[in-house]
Design a protein around this ligand. Structure first.
Ligand code: GAR
Length: 202
């Protein structure tokens, strides 16, 4: 079993997609869900599955940036998944878990990424660019927002989209397929970095 931690900030639909994916049931165990928001929807989902929730930040009962690395090491994790987590992961964590942290981004990186590019902001930028395709990207996490090597992408046609919200809806549907697929490939040891590229072998 792959031991996973999932980092979230919002409603948690990607977390739910991981938990409900039939092919992941025997491959992974989510041992804890971390969030910078103590009242996020994702925490409710985690708790309904009996998964431990941990709040990040300063203050009583929270895990500070300084304590995060030690905390994560104690869980003996094989993979960390950022599923709608909107903060930067501290550099010492990124260094320790090199190529063991993945993030899902709701656009086709390297376009429409970087600081401030999250949630509906991304889809508004895509809509206003008049792009005809968008999609989801899963990539390794490094110390910069949305800059790590791309592992997998899925496109959606948005040539007839009427609003950023409509793009968000179409992209979210493929996010819910792509993220579990990449986690499955990870659990099956099929992800490699070769020739300066991250690849999934079949
Ligand atoms: C998802 O669309 C995810 O791709 C995005 O936040 C949403 C979280 O939804 N992440 C980013 O924008 C990161 N830059 P969810 O909480 O329902 O999974």
């Amino acid at each position: 079993m792959l031991r996973l931690a999932v980092f979230v900030s919002g409603r948690g639909s990607n977390l739910k997609a991981i938990l409900e994916h039939p092919e992941l049931k025997n491959l992974i165990e989510i041992v804890a869900v971390f969030s910078d928001k103590s009242d996020c929807g994702a925490f409710q989902i985690a708790r309904s599955y009996g998964i431990e929730t941990r709040v990040l930040g300063k203050g009583e009962g929270r895990i500070s940036n300084e304590n995060l690395l030690e905390t994560l090491k104690n869980y003996k994790l094989n993979l960390i998944v950022l599923a709608g987590y909107l903060k930067l992961v501290p550099v010492e964590v990124v260094r320790e878990f090199e190529n063991l942290i993945i993030n899902i981004h709701p656009a086709l990186l390297p376009s429409f990424g970087g600081k401030g590019m999250y949630g509906i902001n991304v889809h508004t930028a895509v809509f206003n660019s008049s792009a005809k395709v968008s999609g989801a990207t899963v990539h390794f996490v490094d110390a910069e927002y949305d800059k790590g090597k791309i592992i997998a992408q899925k496109c959606v046609d948005i040539s007839d989209a009427k609003s950023p919200e409509e793009i968000a809806e179409r992209v979210l549907r493929v996010e819910h397929q792509l993220l579990p697929e990449v986690i499955k490939a990870f659990a099956e040891n099929r992800i490699f970095v070769e020739n300066n590229r991250a690849i999934i072998k079949s």
